[in-house]
Design a protein around this ligand. Structure first.
Ligand code: SAM
Length: 289
């Protein structure tokens, strides 16, 4: 029998170090972290308990090597473990759905801080895995939360993640003129992290080859989906209700201009993410006359 910290643990440490070196050689900045997270995934534990394992088992090394080889080919870590963290949530992700990003947590924080009435109506446009909708639904169990996306592949994940929650998942293209008129003036909070990268932008292989292009690119200037979303917000938000729309770090001014030029919004404010980059714009629906 091996003791914690014994021979098996030394082998595990060595395996992780070798794996981290391979990942670093493949150009992965978070090599050590990724190696530990993949080791923990194979060992069926979490990263914090990894070093308490005295024997990861006979099949560990082969399974770990396979995952490290895939990660070295720049398959996203989240696809290899099948989940992505977003705020307090762990969401199912994989090929066909956008992996939620930490920068969107800045928009989430803003949304969580909004004062809403009892039983509010919350809409998450371009919901992908359901990240924003599910985080807001968990925060407001009394809310009606509607999560909208037009990708059948993404919606499989949305539905799986939303199972057992109050989130209503809807398949719809948010650029459709006149979409869901029954929501006109009824929505208390609208959030969106739409596709917004300008066409032709250079991206890491994890993003370019594994996030769906439909989730990433927002036309030549990155604003193709943001424009219709501003129009929906003008229609759907009740007077005095707020919305937040994420954008590319090069399009903060265009996004502010879209809200301002629409004429239905006050308090149009650009916000930065935790890395200090321009990331989302918030606006409040002015009262209808
Ligand atoms: C950048 S991803 C964001 C996903 C999620 N909101 C998040 O933060 O992780 C954009 C999402 O918008 C969806 N999408 C793209 N164009 C759309 C459209 N016209 N109508 C509805 N959804 C759209 C994509 O399928 C994708 O899931």
């Amino acid at each position: 029998m091996t003791r914690p910290g014994g021979e098996g643990a030394t082998d595990l440490r060595r395996a992780i170090q070798t794996a981290a070196d391979s990942l670093a050689a493949a150009g992965i900045d978070s090599a050590r972290t990724d190696a530990e997270l993949l080791a923990a995934h194979v060992a069926g534990t979490d990263r914090g308990r990894l070093m308490l394992i005295d024997d990861p088992g006979e099949t560990f090394q082969e399974a770990f090597d396979e995952l490290i080889a895939a990660r070295s080919r720049r398959v996203p870590l989240q696809h290899l473990v099948g989940t992505a963290a977003f705020g307090p949530l762990l969401l199912a992700v994989g090929p066909g759905v956008f992996i939620p990003r930490p920068e969107t947590e800045s928009l989430l924080e803003w949304a969580l801080a909004q004062a809403l009435p009892q039983d509010p109506v919350i809409v998450d446009l371009c919901t992908g895995s359901g990240a924003l909708a599910l985080a807001l639904a968990a925060h407001r169990p009394d809310a009606r939360v509607i999560a909208i996306d037009d990708s059948a592949a993404a919606l499989q994940y949305t539905r799986r993640n939303a199972a057992g929650t109050q989130v209503e998942v809807l398949a719809a293209d948010v650029t459709t003129p006149g979409l869901l008129p029954e929501l006109d003036g009824k929505v208390d909070l609208l959030v969106a992290n739409p596709p917004y990268i300008p066409a032709g932008a250079e991206l890491d292989p994890e993003v370019a080859e594994h996030d769906p292009a439909h989730a990433l690119f927002g036309g030549a200037d990155g604003m193709e989906v943001i424009g219709p979303i501003v129009g929906l917000a003008a229609r759907w938000l009740r007077d005095g209700a707020g919305c937040a729309v994420e954008h590319d770090d090069t399009t903060s001014e265009q996004t502010v201009a879209m809200f301002t030029d629409n004429g239905s919004f006050a308090s149009v404010v650009p916000h930065r993410d935790l890395a200090g980059r321009p990331r989302f714009v918030t606006a409040i629906r002015i009262a209808r006359s």
